[in-house]
Design a protein around this ligand. Structure first.
Ligand code: CMC
Length: 427
C-alpha cells in the first residue's frame, strides 16, 4: 500500500496532479490534498463528509459494521470488562494500565476532585434557572483562571496535570450545576467512593442524611460515562482540536467542546429525546409522530435515531439497551408511561421501511436519556453528563495534537459573494 498515489486532472491545468495516498491501520485510505493550494485550487467538503482532518491513534469507528474501538479494544469488551477510569487511562496513554498504574491513576484522579473554593462563589453569579450547560461552559472555561501552575501546554507534565484535573473536576462541576439549580448545598467529593458512586453522591446526597448509591445505578452511571468517553473526530472533539490548534489553554479548549456538544444534533440529543417523549405524551400518538418524522415538509425528526457515521446499530446503543433494562427492573419502573412510549417507538421505528431504508437505528442517546430519567436526573442535566463522560476523549485528542507537530486549523472557502467593487460615491 505504501507509495500509492492518486492522480487528479483539472480542466485548464495541463499536467495531472499527483497526490500521495496514505493507508490507516484500518478504514479508508486518505488522499493528501495539501499540495493543491500550490495549484490554486481547494477541495470543497462542507460538513467534512469526506475529509480526514487529522491523523490519530485514539479511536476508530466503522459505521457500516457498527464497530467502535478505543485504542483497538472493542467498546462491548470494555463495557463488560473494564470501567470508566481505566478507559480514561487507556485513551490518554494508549495502553491499558497494569494494577499499579491503575491504582496510581485512580489515586491521582481522587486527589483532584475538589474545585477551588472560590469557584463556589462563581456559581452565585448565575440565575438559579440557568441551563446547567450554560453554567458548565462558563465554569470550565474559568478553571484556567484558577490553575495557573500547569498551563504551559508545550510541557507534557503540564498537559497531563490539566488532563487529570479536567477528568476529576468535571463530575464535581456537573453536580454543582444541579445542586445550584435546586438550591441545595454543594456536596464536597468523597474520595472513599468510586468515581461514579461519588458522582451520584454529589448529585443526590445532602448534608442531612446518609446517601448510599445503589450498585446497579452506580454501574449504569459508569457505563454511561464509559460509552461516551470518546467518539473519534465528532463535532465537539473537532472543535476542541480546532481551538487547541491556536495554542489556547486546555480549559478554554474543553469549554469550546462543551458548547459544540450542546446542540441537539450532537450531545443535546439525549435531552431532546426526553422532550420528544413528553411531547408524544401517549402511546396512541406515536403513529402521528412517526408520520411527521417521515414528512419532508416537517422539520421534526425522531430524536435518538440516526447517526452521521453509524449506518448500522450503534454498538454503544446495544450496551445501553441492556443497561437500561437492568436499571428499570432495579427501580421497578418497567411500566413508567414515558419509558413505555420509548420502547414502543423503538419497536415501530426498527420495523418501519422508512427507517430501515435509511439505516436509522436508535443511537446511544435514545437509551441513555431513558436511563438518566429513571435514575432521577433532570432532563436539562443530560448533556452535562454527556460532557462529563466525553472529557477524557476531548483531553486525549488535545494532548495528542499538542504533542505532535501541528498547524493552526484554518479552513478555506468557496467564495460566492460579490466580486470586488467600489464603494458608491454619495452626494
Ligand atoms: N428522524 C427522521 N428522519 C431522519 C432522522 C431522524 N432522526 N435522521 C435522519 N433522517 C433522514 C433524513 O431526513 C434523510 O432522509 P432523505 O434521505 O430522505 O432526505 C436521511 O435520513 C439522511 O439524513 P441526514 O440528515 O443526511 O443524515 P446526517 O448524517 O447528516 O445526520 C444526525 C445525522 C444524527 C444529525 C441525524 O440522524 C439526526 O438529526 N438525528 C436525530 C438527532 C440525534 O439523535 N442525534 C444524536 C446523534 S448520536 C450522539 C452523538 O454522537 O453526538
Amino acid at each position: 500500500m505504501a507509495g500509492k498515489k492518486a492522480h487528479l486532472s483539472i480542466d485548464g491545468i495541463a499536467e495531472s496532479i499527483e497526490l500521495p495516498v496514505y493507508p490507516g491501520t484500518t478504514g479508508p485510505d486518505v488522499i493528501d490534498v495539501r499540495s493543491l493550494t500550490s495549484h490554486d485550487v481547494f477541495t470543497f467538503d462542507p460538513g467534512f463528509m469526506s475529509t480526514a482532518s487529522c491523523e490519530s491513534k485514539i479511536t476508530y469507528i466503522d459505521g457500516d459494521k457498527g464497530i467502535l474501538l478505543y485504542r483497538g479494544y472493542p467498546i462491548e469488551q470494555l463495557a463488560d470488562e473494564s470501567d470508566y477510569l481505566e478507559c480514561c487511562y487507556l485513551l490518554l496513554n494508549g495502553e491499558l494500565p497494569d494494577a499499579k498504574q491503575k491504582a496510581e491513576f485512580v489515586k491521582a484522579i481522587r486527589y483532584h476532585t475538589m474545585v477551588h473554593e472560590q469557584i463556589h462563589h462563581f456559581f452565585n453569579g448565575f440565575p438559579r434557572a440557568a441551563h446547567p450547560m450554560a453554567i458548565m461552559v462558563g465554569v470550565v472555561g474559568a478553571l484556567s483562571a484558577f490553575y495557573h501552575d500547569a498551563l504551559m501546554i508545550d510541557k507534557e507534565d503540564h498537559r497531563k496535570t490539566a488532563a487529570l484535573r479536567l477528568i476529576a473536576k468535571m463530575p464535581t462541576i456537573a453536580a454543582m450545576c444541579y445542586k445550584y439549580s435546586i438550591g441545595q448545598p454543594f456536596m464536597y467529593p468523597r474520595n472513599d467512593l468510586d468515581f461514579s458512586a461519588n458522582f451520584l453522591y454529589m448529585m443526590f446526597g445532602t448534608p442531612c442524611e446518609n446517601y448510599v448509591p445503589s450498585p446497579v445505578l452506580t454501574d449504569a452511571m459508569d457505563k454511561i460515562f464509559l460509552l461516551h468517553a470518546d467518539h473519534e473526530q465528532n463535532a465537539s472533539t473537532s472543535t476542541v482540536r480546532l481551538a487547541g490548534s491556536t495554542g489556547a489553554n486546555p480549559y478554554a479548549c474543553i469549554s469550546s467542546g462543551i458548547t459544540a456538544l450542546w446542540g441537539p444534533a450532537h450531545g443535546g440529543a439525549n435531552e431532546a429525546v426526553l422532550k420528544m417523549l413528553m411531547e408524544i405524551g401517549d402511546e396512541s400518538n406515536i403513529d402521528k409522530f412517526i408520520k411527521r418524522a417521515k414528512d419532508k415538509d416537517d422539520p421534526f425528526r425522531l430524536m435518538g435515531f440516526g447517526h452521521r457515521v453509524y449506518k448500522n446499530f450503534d454498538p454503544r446503543a446495544k450496551v445501553m439497551r441492556v443497561t437500561c433494562q437492568k436499571v428499570l427492573a432495579d427501580l421497578g419502573k418497567e411500566n413508567d408511561p414515558l419509558l413505555r412510549i420509548a420502547m414502543k417507538l423503538e419497536k415501530i421505528a426498527l420495523e418501519d421501511q422508512y427507517f430501515i431504508d435509511r439505516n436509522l437505528y436508535p443511537n446511544v442517546d435514545f437509551y441513555s436519556g431513558i436511563i438518566l430519567k429513571a435514575i432521577g436526573i433532570p432532563v436539562n442535566m443530560f448533556t452535562v453528563i454527556f460532557a462529563t463522560g466525553r472529557t477524557p476523549g476531548w483531553v486525549a485528542h488535545w494532548h495528542e495534537m499538542i504533542g505532535n507537530p501541528f498547524k493552526i486549523a484554518r479552513p478555506r472557502q468557496l467564495y460566492t459573494g460579490p466580486a470586488m467593487r467600489n464603494y458608491p460615491v454619495r452626494k
